[in-house]
Design a protein around this ligand. Sequence first.
Ligand SMILES: Cc1cc2nc3c(=O)[nH]c(=O)nc-3n(C[C@H](O)[C@H](O)[C@H](O)COP(=O)(O)O)c2cc1C
Length: 324
Amino acid sequence: MFKTRITEMFGIEYPIIQGAMQWLSRAELVSAVSNAGGLGVISSLTFPTVKELRQEIKKTRDMTDKPFAVNVTLLPTAHPVNYDEYINAAIEEGVNIIETSGRSPEPYMKLLKEAKVKVMHKVARVRDARTAERLGVDAITITGVEAGGHPGMEEVTSLVRIPIAVDSVKIPVIAAGGISDARGFIAALALGAEGVLMGTRFMASQECPLHHKIKEWLLQAKETDTLMIERSIENAARVLKTDFSLRLLQMEERGATLEELLPLISGERGKRSYISGDVNDAVIFCGQVAGLIHEIPSVGEIIDGIISEAKLIGERLHNPGISK
Ligand SMILES: Cc1cc2nc3c(=O)[nH]c(=O)nc-3n(C[C@H](O)[C@H](O)[C@H](O)COP(=O)(O)O)c2cc1C
């Protein structure tokens, strides 16, 4: 059940993919998702050197014999990154699924195609999905505005973006943004997606290496407890609503410059807060779906729960209407 072109392409049991999360998508989380039948994704830029990325890939392989992927996020960074080096390291370590995100993968497509790896590319605009297909990627992930991380500047919801993306490309589409349970999973498949990708749901899992105070903050967060920052620098990001992020938003409204904002939005700062558990020391990426998350289960429980509940929903939908 739930076999799609995505399960076939990646050799996984269920079309459930873990969203790359810098500092968090390490071997523990990634292997747990893959062992549970989904696809775990290592965030390569978590590792300041390629040597450390190689070690993490080896560690992940020690923890699972199932497929997993490596994400390369092509967003602007404080220090220049040699993306070719990261991609080459993943390829040489035998990873055969690479996810790109943040910017067009065009400069790396030759390298990726020659290595015969499967490429998924994450986009926040339908026109970028079409471009990615033309460039030769094998699958695209489309993110709605409710997603944690960078859901694009256009503020279009998943419910609208997913079917438009599905109608716009022939390659399989993975849905991201606002999915945390079987209802979201089935809804995404109904919209024509062939897989789902979840970030926020896996943040609040036992295996995610995030301080328990932040996981608990997520549990009490409502769907209205996130906000969009960095619109002023054309890099919209959905984060938890905290005193820190509200202050940052006020700075943007007052016209703060990039130089003023950079020290506050730097990835290093985020890492510090994930470890210390201080939600007011950095911005913390988080999707609106936090409002639907009330427990911190294991990754296995999350995935098994989605699949078993989705089967029940499937049966119910065979005979929709008012039950007697
Ligand atoms: C804490 C956190 C960190 C993230 N870091 C990255 C990242 O480094 N690269 C990336 O492409 N996406 C990143 N994302 C986006 C996720 O991979 C995914 O697209 C998104 O979480 C899906 O929406 P959802 O949060 O509603 O599930 C991050 C999301 C979160 C919540």
